[in-house]
Design a protein around this ligand. Structure first.
Ligand code: PCA
Length: 211
């Protein structure tokens, strides 16, 4: 049976909530298959999150991995294309650790590309009326660390990627913060899963950014 691993994160940085974890739980509550869906809400710690991702990969041997996390301040769903082998934490993680300028996985490549159809995922999410774009940096904090770890540790038949989400409306730190309804964030993750199941190769439409 085809297995999909979908993860979100716990709150971090003093915030009371994290829409990525909430959205993943919403997707799990209404998943009807036929594929098996495994979900987890990861700790926002460099040590714990990567270890948990490696354990989930080893236990479930998923065909597809989609990790999701909060990118507070972004207005759109960001389908990440690039994971860098770099940790440079601007704030401490939930263990109080703040590693600076160290590799995510010592000795591994400088970067990995997502192995999901990122352009098509962004296109289909936008087509559902939810703002989305391909992103070329997942940052250098715990999200990028988990994204890089997943691509590094996944078995050769496993395809993996990462989706950054905005604040959920009603839970943003200020009323001016960019936000989307939690239902849209959950829908975007479902579309990401479905698109990844439907397509192994990405669409070759022009994309990228000029700066
Ligand atoms: N966002 C952070 C870590 C956990 C999360 O949800 C990040 O973008 O690295």
């Amino acid at each position: 049976m085809t297995t999909v691993l979908l993860t979100g994160f716990e709150p971090f940085g003093g915030d009371p909530s994290n829409p990525s974890g909430a959205a993943v739980n919403l997707v799990a509550s209404r998943w009807e298959g036929p594929e098996a869906l495994v979900t987890a809400v990861l700790p926002v710690t460099f040590a714990g999150a990567a270890e948990r991702m490696r354990a989930l990969l080893a236990e479930h041997r998923p065909d597809i991995v989609i990790a999701a996390g909060l990118a507070g301040g972004r207005a759109t769903i960001g389908v990440e294309r690039v994971a860098v082998n770099l940790v440079d934490a601007r704030i401490p993680d939930n263990d109080g650790d703040q590693p600076v300028d160290v590799p995510s996985v010592p000795g591994a490549a400088t970067a990995h590309f997502a192995t999901l159809p990122v352009k098509e995922i962004a296109r289909r999410i936008a087509g559902a009326g939810i703002p989305a774009q391909v992103s070329y940096s997942a940052g250098t904090f715990v999200c990028n660390h988990v994204f890089f770890t997943a691509l590094e540790a996944a078995a050769s038949g496993t395809r993996a990627g990462f989706v950054h989400v905005p604040w959920a409306a009603g839970h943003a730190p200020t009323t001016e913060s960019a936000a989307l309804p939690l239902s849209d964030i959950a829908r975007a993750l479902e579309i990401a899963v479905q698109t990844s199941l439907d397509m192994t190769a990405d669409t070759t439409v022009p994309g990228g950014t000029l700066h």
